[in-house]
Design a protein around this ligand. Structure first.
Ligand code: 9MR
Length: 592
């Protein structure tokens, strides 16, 4: 108990040196909320937690955006918006009629306060005195959370110590050098027999565990590369306080290159095949990286890994070509690596990853590889302009859908948006546009139909539901770059609102942000360090009622079944593929 109190003090002191992205956005340590924001339990900041009846994005809104809150139960009454700390009334309005949201089993009304556009801090009060969390309105309302969500990757770097000057209270010793990684029997080849060693250092830990998995690393890295590709000017302005921050390269590319270095080492130079993952045989206990010293292995080469790898390397080749001075030869190397991995996949089209009997870490198994072939083919077409790759995409004819680690068809569509129109041809263009307009119309329809005004369906409440929300929002915002429709942006904002607090649990699901955010994420460093606050900037997986971990959940509804406990790896783990679309969405909303 005493250690925790002491470490909290240390954390508060050190947080001051942990620039920008390490801080709680609201700096609420030095502020007090309205006294009558009645306490029902302690919030992460040590301040009273919120009444749970008004759910609102606890971070904030850009001035021009639609601003909504949800009220659970009670009478249909008026509401007022006040600024904070002055408590001047800035708006009075009436909430909507109540409707049932089947995903939480609640009767809810919505509140629209879009007319409030002036920069400031605010809270909402109902006629019966119920008050909401405070939130910001302003151009910079999402800036800090964006930077923290990106900096989270730095905190998950393998093979390096994190210094206090960059990591603040979350500084830690080096773990997992990964210079002596053993070839598992499933990965053995003539030149690399079982038990021989390779070196594959760096990269990001996948999630709350210390594994490094190519398939999941693929979509994460690709998503971050797209963020840079679509918003290069914005990223010229972001400094993350990471060791490379003083160089001339945008920090997002510095961070990504840490992972690309590892990915490159996952390719067998002898045949171009790519190992599926690099992990121990079993998950490590909840210890710090430096204490998790069990032997690491690379497992079986897989077609899914080769294709994800090929797509990422192809885009990386394009992006890093502009930074040849700082990364000499990288662009050419990435291109070579991409083409070799593609070639391997073509000659091994059905090498499905089979989890060996002695391996218990995540499988990221995927039996349907058409979408991975389409993804790699589309990105290689953009890189090389060779018709054979477009032909490959055409033959597979994937349908645009919301991307996930095991369904990359949508990423193929994202890739083709970058293809020169002349190379694509009018007919292709029309076919692609049709898919885009069908998909965006579908999500916008889900938004309008939902009592919560959130485009989430029951089928979206799977392991990592918050990332489903963010991938949907990202799809909408990519569409919005080309078609600019107010409703498309509105639905994307609603999805962001959802993960930042306008949801039945009342959690702002990003660690370190909002009045009520996860404190006990399933993340080994956050659990094992002596710091009270979890590593900041991580998006928790989110509600879903699969209960794979058998923890005791407070609700059985899809959107209510969430537990802020280390036990809950099925709702409270964090993962690199979940943060990536959050980063994209936060950047896109600030730049579009
Ligand atoms: O995100 C993955 C989810 O879609 C799967 O249902 C789940 C079970 O296989 O695994 C999740 O990924 C985990 C991975 O296997 C190991 N590292 C942590 C990942 C996030 O929980």
């Amino acid at each position: 108990m005493q250690t925790k109190t002491l470490s909290k003090l240390v954390a508060s002191a050190l947080i001051l040196v942990c620039l920008g992205a390490c801080q709680h956005t609201k700096d609420s340590v030095s502020e007090s909320p309205p006294e009558s924001l009645s306490a029902n339990s302690a919030s992460p900041t040590g301040l009273p937690a919120l009444p749970s009846r008004i759910h609102v994005n606890q971070l904030g809104f850009l001035p021009k955006d639609t601003k909504q809150a949800v009220v659970v139960g009670g009478q249909t009454t008026s509401f007022r918006v006040y600024n904070w700390p002055d408590r001047q009334q800035v708006m009075v309005g009436k909430m909507s009629e109540k409707r049932l949201w089947p995903l939480s089993g609640e009767e809810v009304a919505t509140i629209d306060f879009s007319q409030v556009t002036q920069t400031g801090e605010y809270f909402i009060e109902l006629a019966d005195g119920t008050r909401s969390a405070t939130f910001s309105i302003g151009q910079l309302a999402l800036a800090k959370v964006h930077d923290a969500a990106l900096k989270a990757y730095y905190f998950n770097r393998a093979s390096v110590a994190l210094g206090a000057e960059h990591a603040g209270p979350w500084a830690r010793a080096m773990g997992h050098p990964d210079t002596e990684v053993m070839i598992h029997a499933s990965a053995a080849s003539e030149l690399r027999p079982t038990g021989s060693m390779i070196s594959a250092p760096k990269g990001w830990y996948d999630a709350g565990d210390y594994g490094k998995y190519v398939v999941n690393s693929g979509i994460s890295t690709y998503t971050l590369l797209l963020a840079y590709r679509h918003m290069p000017q914005f990223y010229q302005t972001r400094s993350l306080a990471i060791p490379e921050s003083s160089d001339t390269v945008p920090d997002i590319l510095n961070e990504i290159s840490w992972n690309l270095a590892w990915l490159e080492a996952m390719q067998d130079p002898n045949d171009g095949g790519v190992y599926h993952k690099l992990t121990t045989l079993n998950f490590a206990p909840a210890v710090m990286p430096s204490e998790a010293q069990a032997q690491r292995y690379v497992m079986q080469k897989s077609t899914a890994a080769a294709l994800n790898f090929a797509a990422v390397m192809a885009l990386a080749s394009d992006v890093y070509a502009d930074f040849a001075e700082h990364f000499p030869g990288h662009s050419q190397r990435y291109k070579q690596a991409a083409l070799q991995a593609w070639q391997w996949a073509k000659t091994h089209p059905q090498q499905i990853y089979q989890q060996p009997a002695d391996v218990k870490t995540g499988a990221y198994g995927d039996k349907n590889l058409n979408d991975e072939f389409a993804f790699a083919a589309a990105q290689l077409f953009v890189l090389t302009g060779e018709g054979r790759f477009l032909q490959e995409f055409d033959d597979l004819a994937p349908t645009l859908s919301v991307p996930s680690w095991n369904n990359t068809a949508g990423l193929a569509y994202y890739a083709l948006l970058e293809a020169p129109l002349t190379a694509l041809g009018k007919q292709h263009q029309q076919k692609l546009e049709q898919q885009w307009s069908n998909m965006t119309a579908e999500i916008v329809e889900q938004y309008s139909a939902s009592a919560y005004h959130v485009p989430m369906l029951v089928s979206d409440f799977v392991w990592g539901s918050n990332a489903v929300a963010m991938n949907k929002a990202m799809l909408l915002l990519i569409a919005n770059r080309h078609v600019k429709q107010a409703q498309i942006r509105e639905a994307a904002v609603a999805l962001l609102d959802y993960v930042l607090g306008r949801n039945p649990t009342g959690y702002a699901y990003v660690t370190g942000f909002g009045d009520k955010s996860p404190m006990h994420i399933h993340h080994r460093p956050s659990q094992a360090d002596q710091v009270l606050e979890p590593v900041p900037g991580w998006l928790a997986g989110g509600a879903q009622n699969g209960w794979q971990d058998k923890c005791a959940y407070p609700s059985s509804t899809p959107a209510g079944s969430y537990l802020d406990d280390f036990c809950s790896y099925s709702t409270n783990e964090i993962a690199i593929n979940w943060n990536a679309p959050l980063v994209y969405v936060l950047a896109a909303l600030q730049t579009q």
